[in-house]
Design a protein around this ligand. Structure first.
Ligand SMILES: Nc1ncnc2c1ncn2[C@@H]1O[C@H](COP(=O)(O)OP(=O)(O)OP(=O)(O)O)[C@@H](O)[C@H]1O
Ligand SMILES: [Mg+2]
Length: 248
């Protein structure tokens, strides 16, 4: 039997129930958006995805953290049973601290010339990410979160090129990438966000009334996936998706 083309190969998400919803896992080499309300476990999903790749499969895994420094990330994930410090020491994990990009002032100086600080910060970040990827050659990348990258670009028109640049950077690698973002609106009249159009897959994470957590796959190009919302729980061991249960 011949092997499936690379983009049709499945990559385990590291979350067994989610793999069931995904018909086996993510498509290798794709960029998938994890879109969700605050505190729904977006960072934990990214971590489980990377931890599984690095610890169980020996795949180089890279986390690009935009909203928390490495030490805090390491500590929080250690509480959930994921030892990223060990994986880092083994050369299987790299944390890129991108929190600085938030702190660049609105206007910055290149030599004597004043330039837009937010654009400069973005260009520097994309270059940093590209060169780190070239050196480390990750098979899994998580960027957490897009919302922290675009917060200084308030309108959808301004955001679109920023989101496009970032997604193209991730797409240009052979890694499979997760990108998180904040859900800006909910309900029937929800406004779709640029990253939803641009990513190849979208997963939506929500907390319903009564605290029930649900994950729904809104799109996954080239895959036959379960599009029903499914419940999930967060425990001391991370996220478990209950892929065969209905949400009421
Ligand atoms: N040991 C645990 N047991 C149960 N739930 C936990 C545990 N640790 C964390 N959580 C839950 O995980 C959630 C945080 O997960 P995570 O940080 O991944 O969310 P997030 O979507 O990234 O949040 P944010 O929008 O703030 O970035 C918390 O809301 C908390 O309820
Ligand atoms: Mg988070």
């Amino acid at each position: 039997m011949t092997e499936a083309p690379v983009e049709e190969q499945k990559l385990s998400s590291g979350l067994p129930g989610l793999d069931t919803m995904l018909d086996g896992g993510f498509n290798r080499g794709r960029v998938v958006l994890v879109l969700g309300e605050p505190g729904t476990g977006k960072t934990i999903i990214c971590s489980q995805f990377l931890h599984h790749g690095a610890a169980a499969l020996g795949e180089n895994s890279m986390f690009i953290g935009m909203n928390e420094p490495k030490s805090r990330f390491m500590k929080e994930m250690n509480n959930l049973g994921m030892d990223f410090a060990k994986l880092e020491a083994q050369g299987k994990f790299m944390y890129i601290d991108a929190t600085e990009v938030r702190k660049i002032p609105e206007m910055a100086k290149v030599g004597r010339i004043a330039v837009g600080g937010r654009e400069l910060g973005l260009v520097n970040l994309l270059e940093t990410i590209q060169s780190a990827i070239a050196k480390f050659e990750p098979m899994r990348i998580a960027l957490d979160s897009m919302a922290d990258l675009v917060f200084r670009f308030p309108s959808v028109e301004e955001r679109r090129p920023v989101v496009l640049d970032m997604i193209e950077t991730l797409q240009s690698t052979s890694a499979t990438s997760l990108l998180t973002s904040e859900l800006l609106s909910t309900g029937e009249e929800r406004v779709l966000q640029p990253e939803e159009y641009l990513a190849e897959g979208v997963m939506l994470m929500r907390t319903l009334r009564k605290g029930v957590r649900t994950v729904q796959i809104l799109k996954m190009r080239g895959s036959k996936v379960d599009t029903h919302p499914r419940p999930y729980v967060i425990t001391g061991k991370g996220i478990e998706v209950l892929a065969t249960e209905e949400v009421y």
